[in-house]
Design a protein around this ligand. Structure first.
Ligand code: SAH
Length: 223
């Protein structure tokens, strides 16, 4: 990808991106590092060309296979919450989708591991990580209902699809004091929850952050 394509023109330009950052700030996002990474990351390359002119609107957008790239506010909020206890080294994301959330995280933590159940989405996301030169993201085709045992434990886990109840494997793959940010529930509205493992025990603190709307966490793979 050439530099003009990455920098963006017209509706994908730096000025358009700045308006998005202003909006996120107005909505209460305060972590400057998160805002800086969102400002400098080209969201338009995570969308099909026909939709790229809408990339810097604060809205969820379709990525095919009935899936969506989350609204920038939600990406910012979940990232900010995940980072709230300090810097993280190893993070697991469930639901790679377009790869946008992984790309944001990759610039804020040491290692990102991300899993997706729909193979064609995963293939495109991997191409985008390469284009952006992100070498600290490992992306895998697997059912995130089981977390990703091979790389566990994680300082942080972020789930971008909503289960009805928190999968046990996600809790068990958290490192001591690790944080899990996850939408839980079904239908039109779910609770975004923040779960913290208490030290290295099998006990967890939990708070509800706000109401959100995510696609459902589904089981099994789709090739
Ligand atoms: N983080 C993504 C959001 C994509 S939407 C982005 O920034 O674009 C949620 C994604 O979760 C979808 O791509 C969907 O296929 C995926 N998903 C749903 N259930 C899953 C599961 N059990 N394991 C892995 N991925 C899952």
């Amino acid at each position: 990808m050439n530099s003009v394509e990455l920098a963006g023109i017209g509706m994908t330009s730096q000025r358009t991106r700045e308006r998005l950052i202003n909006r996120l700030t107005e909505q209460g996002i305060t972590n400057q590092k998160v805002l800086d990474v969102i400002r400098s990351t080209p969201r338009h390359i995570f969308l099909d060309e026909a939709l790229s002119h809408r990339a810097y609107e604060d809205t969820a957008l379709p990525i095919g296979f009935s899936q969506t790239l989350s609204q920038p506010y939600i990406v910012a909020r979940m990232t900010e919450i995940l980072l709230s206890a300090g810097p993280l080294s190893k993070v697991l994301e469930i639901g790679t989708g377009s790869g946008y959330q992984s790309a944001i995280l990759a610039q804020l933590v040491t290692e990102v591991h991300t899993v997706e159940r729909i193979e064609p989405l995963l293939i495109k996301a991997k191409q985008r990580f390469r284009k952006l030169g992100l070498t600290n993201v490992s992306a895998n085709l697997s059912d995130g209902c089981f977390g990703w045992e091979k790389q566990a434990p994680y300082d942080g886990i972020i789930t971008t699809a909503a289960p009805q109840a928190i999968p046990e494997d996600l809790l068990s793959q958290l490192a001591p004091n690790g944080l899990l940010v996850i939408p839980v529930g079904s239908g039109e509205s779910q609770d975004l929850r923040l779960v913290k493992r208490i030290e290295d025990s099998s006990e967890f603190d939990q708070i509800i952050v706000e109401k959100v709307k995510f696609v459902p966490l589904l089981s099994g793979l789709s090739r």
